[in-house]
Design a protein around this ligand. Structure first.
Ligand SMILES: NC(=O)NC1=NC(=O)NC1=O
Length: 166
């Protein structure tokens, strides 16, 4: 984590590299970097949230390339893989029944919506995630795009808060 004052002064490329693991949407990252300097963390968060409000299904598809399935601990060494592992740490991988239920749920979700099930996993148990998956399977296609985008915004803002602090 770096201080906001340090982030404000970083070279643009370094600032982009710092934010890259937040979400695989370079336009968002570049716009946030271009909006510097930020007077406070609240201002940074506000701008980050405002820039993410414009995301649609195209951004969702692009961003999902960097999000492993829930329950499939990512093996990559990239920063976002490490973040995913940490965010999914509450999903008890030793609970084989839960792991199988998540695996089947992911398959059902992908068959219905044609994309990976995305949820802000941090702070949620495996059971809570499975329940959310089951409930969301009943959503319409349009409803589910809106819900998945909101989860993407939550994940992104949580990762931003982890990257830049006081
Ligand atoms: N498919 C997912 O929901 N992935 C993820 N959720 C998180 O909170 N981090 C992830 O990588």
């Amino acid at each position: 984590m770096i201080a906001l004052s340090h982030f404000n002064q970083l070279e643009p490329d370094a600032a982009m590299a710092l934010l890259q693991p937040c979400v695989a949407l370079p336009d968002w990252t570049a716009a946030l970097v271009a909006a510097r300097p930020f007077a406070s963390l609240a201002a940074l968060r506000h701008t980050a949230q405002a820039l993410a409000e414009s995301w649609g299904s195209a951004e969702l598809e692009q961003a999902l390339s960097a999000h492993p399935r829930i329950g499939e601990k990512p093996t990559g060494r990239q920063a976002h893989a490490a973040l995913s592992r940490q965010e999914q740490s509450a999903v008890n991988a030793d609970d084989m029944q839960l792991a199988e239920a998540l695996r089947m749920g992911n398959l059902r979700y992908e068959a219905r919506f044609g994309r990976v099930f995305l949820i802000r996993a941090k702070g949620r148990s495996g059971e809570e995630i499975l329940n959310a998956l089951e409930q969301r399977l009943a959503n319409s296609v349009a409803e589910e795009i809106a819900v998945a985008l909101e989860q993407l915004r939550e994940i992104t803002l949580l990762r931003l808060a982890g990257a830049i602090g006081e």
